[in-house]
Design a binder for this molecule. Sequence first.
Ligand code: TXA
Ligand code: MG
Length: 331
Amino acid sequence: MAATARIYRPTPANLARLAGVLVRGGLVAVPTETVYGLAADALNPAACRRIFRAKGRPTTDPLIVHVLGLAQAGRIAVLNASARRLAAAFWPGPLTLVLERSPLIPDAVTAGGNTVGLRWPGHPFMQAVIRACGFPLAAPSANLSNQISPTNSEHVRRQLGDQLPLIVDGGQAQVGIESTVLDLTVTPARILRPGMIHAEAIAAVLGNLADTAGAAQESKLKSPGLLAKHYSPRAKLVILKWDDDASLRTQVAGYSVAPAQCQIIAHTRIPASFGADNVSVIPHDAEAFARALYGEMHRCDAAGARLIVVEAPPESPEWSGILDRLRRAAA
Ligand code: TXA
Ligand code: MG
């Protein structure tokens, strides 16, 4: 049972306590606006190696570094003109920029590469933590490798609670899926991981952007964390479209799972003939859907579901990050 960690409120006294843990090279789970992160001093290689051990993460998969402001960003990476324009448009916020690293950043963070992913997070408590520490924080999502990212402190406690002294409760993550990762070390820039800041919004700032579909294969190699089987619930997940209950029932029957062990996540065509405990409705609005999605997947796993059916979302740009996560979860 992973349950020994205590959950702390984001108070000034707790801020001092957790900054102390981080200064000594320890790990803490912290809220960000995207998903919860497992943070360590990004300039301390031993601390960063602890992150990989706690998550069971391959050391070949680089960590994102969280900064507070452009001055700090400029000390650990080369901020080119594109980076400055994007930072002005989207930081603080859910956009990670892959840039040429400075020698201050240890190999443990970059997996030995010469680039570093940087983000200025929007969550006020995460910002307070970086300010209190005075150093940038390396933080991947606070889940075990290949499991669903946590969007509240209880999700973190269930996965990593036996390994952490301190989990901070900063409320429900407001974005709900991980940041967009954009590689600015190539021209044109290339999205390595879609997110809620979508390709059209980035292209509007940069003027051009590599074709995302064509980039998919290359991104997998460049961002090892983006292998297809990722972000997965334990249950099988399928993305389906239906016009009415009969059509949904016919499709579900093909998976040979008892209806009681099937969970349906719908946003537009709400099935009426499945049990109330088996249907959840999340809003047909990309931002609200993203905020709710991982919580639903965690809930379905906790309920012992064997099949999770997600009503297919629209294919428009605002939904591209959500579609990416659903497809990986279904892979
Ligand atoms: O929203 C987020 O980005 C969250 C919160 C905690 O900030 N963090 C997060 O980190 O999702 P993580 O480690 O779970 O995912 C980071 C992704 C991985 O796929 C990794 O391979 C990629 O970003 N990445 C990190 N640094 C990179 C680099 N220098 N070059 C290419 N890809 C990189
Ligand atoms: Mg992750």
